[in-house]
Design a protein around this ligand. Structure first.
Ligand code: A3P
Length: 340
């Protein structure tokens, strides 16, 4: 009798035990799944990770709280092993045709840098989409990795300094500058590649050619008024937060320029001359092993175009026009770029 009446009770206990064991195993499997999932995403992205691996505790730049780090991903244990999308810590803000793509591609070799490949144009065109949209555009990065993007138009857009400052007052800003005349010709070369029927560079340069009046508002010329644009940035950021990359030296000595950029970003100098070779056909430095590949790589056809020959008299007029602006820029930047 006793055996008979206890039977449902035993069955209930057994079921309870089974339920507890089942829940426990689900929890274990979930934890295992999470751990494996993280390891997998880390190794898939290994080209961007630190050579020390995910346990690398070297803090290069920690995202300030104001940058709105995803709290669910933050790891307070001190182990920086969870990749999250964070707002950028550094921006390449200009200048168009200065060599910004080359700089970004070279910087991507650094394991402590995660950079967005495309230009998001957030602060100039898409500001209304808000910071969470902007953050969602960023690549995932580990704690300690620097998140970057480049949009060369930021440098010349009046609204951007205040907007960037409102996001982060500590952000590091990088500007690649190049002789404004070569830059203007490069810009024009890009324009005619898309709209071949426009007037010549020489005629667009002047408001009135016979009076020698330069059209400084013509975009290819306006962008080169570096001092004027820099003034707006200095109203929001100290000069120490702005690093100028010498566009000509980025071609003649990429490792030297990259060394200075890595110093500015507080990074170990990992990108060195052993990463570059000079490609005679391209006429530019190229990468021996770009990010995520083992083959040598040069930038595409739209970088390093052949420029049209410009009337030397017009070049001379432009030299005279830019000289005071360049001198002012050297003073403001604290660096002589040597453009004659
Ligand atoms: P040109 O095409 O007029 O020669 P950006 O990327 O900012 O648009 O700048 C384009 C310019 O980058 C090119 O202008 C080229 O001179 C310069 N540049 C610098 N380093 C380069 C490299 N390693 N390969 C190709 N172009 C490079």
């Amino acid at each position: 009798m006793a055996t008979f009446t206890n039977a449902p009770l035993d069955l209930r206990k057994l079921l309870q035990k089974l339920a507890v064991m089942f829940s426990f195993s689900i929890v274990c499997v979930s934890i295992l799944y999470l751990l494996l999932g993280r390891c997998e995403s880390d190794s898939a992205d290994s080209s961007q990770n630190s050579p020390m691996g995910w346990y690398n505790n070297k803090t290069v730049l920690i995202a300030p709280d104001s940058l709105g780090e995803d709290s669910v991903d933050a790891n307070s244990s001190g182990k920086d092993w969870t990749a999250t999308r964070r707002l950028p810590h550094a921006l390449i803000i200009g200048v168009k045709k200065g060599g910004t793509r080359a700089l970004l591609e070279f910087l991507r070799l650094h394991p402590d840098i995660r950079a967005l490949g495309s230009e998001p144009h957030f602060f100039d065109r898409h500001y209304a989409r808000g910071l969470s949209w902007y953050r969602s555009m960023m690549p995932k990065a580990l704690n300690g990795q620097i998140v970057m993007e480049k949009t060369p138009r930021y440098f010349v857009t009046p609204e951007t300094p205040s907007r960037i400052h409102a996001m982060s007052r500590d952000i590091k800003l990088i500007v690649v500058v190049r002789d404004p005349i070569t830059r203007a010709i490069s810009d024009y070369t890009q324009i005619i590649s898309k709209t071949p029927d426009i007037p010549s560079f020489e005629s667009l340069t002047f408001k009135n050619r016979s009076a020698g009046q330069i059209d400084s508002l013509w975009s290819p010329l306006y962008i080169g008024l570096y001092a004027r644009h820099l003034e707006r940035w200095l109203a929001y950021f100290p000069l120490s937060q702005i690093h100028f990359v010498h566009g000509e030296r980025l071609i003649s000595d990429p490792a030297g320029e990259l060394g200075r950029v890595q110093d500015f970003l507080g990074l170990q100098r990992i990108i060195t001359d052993k990463h570059f070779y000079f490609n005679k056909t391209k006429g530019f430095p190229c990468l021996k092993k770009p990010e995520g590949s083992s083959k040598p790589h040069c930038l595409g056809k739209t970088k390093g175009r052949k420029h049209p020959k410009i009337d030397p008299e017009v070049i001379q007029k432009l030299r005279e026009f830019y000289q005071p602006h360049n001198l002012k820029f050297y003073q403001m930047a604290g660096m002589d770029f040597g453009w004659q």
